[in-house]
Design a protein around this ligand. Structure first.
Ligand SMILES: Nc1ncnc2c1ncn2[C@@H]1O[C@H](COP(=O)(O)OP(=O)(O)OP(=O)(O)O)[C@@H](O)[C@H]1O
Ligand SMILES: [Mg+2]
Length: 427
């Protein structure tokens, strides 16, 4: 059962985040009622952590319910043991489901009276947005990204203002129902309720971006094992997401095939010696390449390091070129300015930031999870960005986002047209 972010914000006690990744599953349990900040917001303290190799997940989607259930169960039990408490539900990320991200504009009549909460609810009503989602899809997020009152743009909070027409640009993210149900089923098989579902690029961005970056505009790329996903922020709000089904696993497979070596050694070589940037010294260094079928001794051929770089580099370039082209196509390549944050396990590849900077023409930094109280060393690396982001989301980061139920069928009324509108208005 989904609950609204508002409920989550006020909920005391335990909050649990579950990141179902292609290569690893991890969970963080936090206590949200220990302390409150000056403005009264929840200051959670992490009390439990669990992580392990994932099972039953491919390119971010659950493909084997039993295997996924087993690994989720093991991870949650480890975190519960550490916390000394049991959890009843989790906030989980969704990576699969062929997600679509769109901005749509919608307008309602105010007829000169003072704009109330009811008017704002009306303009954000899922019924109004229903025509925007196909039969086989569900809303995952509906995020207001800017109100206009009688043509005056840039209104942050229209409540209490007077006017004839109130309009809002809403960022809607939808996903195919099947993959969403598979994720929900894997979680519920572990006797866990589902507090909320957050798309992975959104969670990763919340996990490692500063408020200033989000305000000034920034692009965040999560380089995972089976997916690489993008989140674009502008004026503090998430305005675009995208994802491709390529990641670190493909790099490892390329090495294994290219050097004819077992996957386990390909993975090791990748983390120890690979680089997405060539260097003059690459020809002088030699690396051991254990032969196929020899997982034990590690004996085998030697090759120059340039050969490894020659395998890894085109794949990394391909990933960033694909993302660059898709960002251009969406119109969001320039929107967020030049800041780019790379996170996720595969972003640790040497040379990845430099290649991203060149291809996407941005200024790049590596993104590690924002530190939280009680955060153990194990959760400090970029593979934990998504999980930390889920926790931050659960603690009310998106408390103003209305919860949109499912199964809405009514035709939209007063819709101003498919987007392009927001981009036209703002740029
Ligand atoms: N030092 C490193 N250099 C290069 N790649 C690395 C390094 N450390 C980890 N990786 C890669 O990071 C990937 C895992 O990253 P991460 O844990 O973020 O993915 P995931 O969440 O399981 O997958 P996804 O988000 O795609 O579902 C693996 O492909 C792994 O090989
Ligand atoms: Mg991931």
């Amino acid at each position: 059962m989904k609950t609204s972010a508002n409920q989550l914000k006020s909920r005391k006690g335990l909050i649990a985040a579950l990141d179902v990744g292609t290569t690893k599953i991890c969970t963080l349990i936090a206590r949200s009622d220990v302390e409150r900040g000056l403005s009264g917001e929840v200051q959670p303290r992490i009390v439990g952590v669990g992580h392990q190799v994932s099972g039953g997940v491919r390119n971010g989607a659950v493909i084997d319910l039993d295997a996924a259930e087993q690994s989720i169960r093991a991870v949650v039990e480890a975190a519960e043991q550490m916390a000394g408490e049991n959890i009843g539900s989790v906030v989980v990320n969704l990576s699969g489901g062929r997600q679509q991200s769109r901005l749509i504009a919608y307008e309602v009549s105010i007829a000169g009276h003072e704009i109330s909460d009811a008017d704002i609810r009306r303009v954000l009503d899922p019924v109004s947005l229903a025509g925007e989602v196909a039969e086989d899809r569900e809303f995952i997020h509906t995020i207001p990204v800017g109100y206009t009152v009688d043509g005056n743009r840039g209104v942050v909070d229209p409540k209490g203002m007077f006017g004839e027409r109130l309009s809002v640009n809403t960022h809607i993210i939808t996903a195919l129902r099947g993959p969403l149900r598979n994720l929900e089923t894997a979680v519920s098989k572990c006797h866990l309720g589902l507090e909320d579902v957050v798309v992975s690029p959104y969670a990763s961005a919340l996990g490692c971006l500063s408020d200033d970056e989000k305000k000034m505009g920034v692009t965040c790329i999560d380089m995972g094992g089976g997916t690489t996903s993008v989140a674009v922020f502008f004026d503090g709000e998430l305005v675009h997401t995208d994802s491709i089904r390529v990641g670190g696993v493909n790099v490892t497979n390329d090495i294994s095939r290219g050097l004819v070596t077992p996957l386990v050694h390909a993975e090791r070589m990748k983390t120890l010696y690979a680089n997405a940037l060539p260097s003059e010294k690459d020809d002088l260094q030699v690396i051991q390449v254990p032969a196929m079928g020899d997982n034990e001794t590690g004996d085998g051929n030697t090759v120059p390091r340039s050969m490894l770089v020659g395998i890894v580099r085109p794949r990394i370039e391909e990933i960033f070129e694909l993302l660059r082209d898709r960002l251009r196509e969406s119109g969001f390549d320039k929107v967020a300015g030049r800041g780019l944050v790379l996170t996720g396990g595969a972003s640790q590849l040497a040379g990845a930031p430099e290649v991203a900077a060149r291809i996407l023409d941005k200024q790049v930094r590596r993104g590690r999870p924002i530190t939280m109280d009680g955060m153990p060393e194990a959760a400090a690396g970029p593979t934990f960005a998504t999980c930390v982001g889920l926790l931050r989301y659960a603690c009310g980061h998106r408390a103003d986002e209305p919860d949109h139920g499912l199964g809405v069928t009514a035709e939209p009324e007063g819709r101003m047209g498919r987007i392009g509108q927001w981009l036209r208005e703002n740029f």
